[in-house]
Design a protein around this ligand. Sequence first.
Ligand code: ATP
Ligand code: MG
Length: 334
Amino acid sequence: MRVVSGIQPTGNLHLGNYLGAIRQWVALQDSMAAGDDCLFFLADLHAVTVAIDPAELARNTIKMAAALVASGIDPDRSTLFNQARVPAHAELQWLLAGTARMGWLNRMTQWKDKAGKNREGASVGLFTYPVLQAADVLAYRATHVPVGDDQKQHLELARDIATKFNADFDIDLFTLPEPFISPAAPRIMSLRDGTAKMSKSDPSDASRINLVDGDDAIAQKLRKAKSDAGELPDSAGGLADRPEARNLVTIYAALANEPVATVLARHAGQGFGTFKPALADLAIATLGPIRARLTRLLDDRGAVATVLEKGAAKARATAAPTLLAAQRAMGLQV
Ligand code: ATP
Ligand code: MG
């Protein structure tokens, strides 16, 4: 089993990233048997498909790496690195660009969403983004790729690219990666709008809880979070048409590691005036230790950079044989 997953180093890691993705990465890492391994990377090459501030990108890469370590990614057990320091990603991407079809990429919903009406003005990188993603996982012959719902289509594309490459060059090189969607991974919604997901790129900071937020900020954001005037129901069915209420209960359940039913059994009948402070206490208790580790790590950014450099060296070695085999298959090694 080889697990590979990445996250863009844009903005701050938030509660949705943590509960929906990073905590599952940590669980996978912790459940690895001998011979299995996990590679986690900061997708800085993906980040440059839109306009970026270079100094901020470099800063965010360190911050995001520190946030992953603070959340439980152990660089001694997992390979943690930034994509740009492992040239195999970009090299393999070009080789796979000969295999991927325009029609396949044109169907990608993320491309349609992100390019919007201005396709002519979008970067070429934004269009070929899924080919780089395919290279990210195929370079390591990943077997399992933890992905959110929104990335399932890109992983399917990676499988199509792998299948066509193997067939075109008559070689059994690329492993078909399986999506790993943890049943425990909740989808956390914005605190300001229960129908939009909590996101790094939401302009409103009040919409999300960042892992760097202090206790007061967490309590205040949850106090001001959109809710409704109703009481908590005694079963999940009672949350059906109440997206904000459902979101706050989902967050509580995820933080407490309890089923929603258990949370509702305990809090049924309470209004949000009572439930929100309980949720804030729980969030502060859970996120406090992570923030403390994060703050400590950020006191020595050079040490974080060293961790990434070590991870990149390991990742380069892991990817090298696959890249070489792909070059050979294509007649690029004479
Ligand atoms: P952006 O707004 O820049 O797209 P994001 O907050 O969506 O940022 P990503 O870097 O796209 O974060 O995603 C990182 C990981 O976190 C992915 O696995 C994604 O599925 C997961 N994730 C992002 N937002 C949420 C959320 N609100 N709830 C659960 N999981 C989430
Ligand atoms: Mg996203």
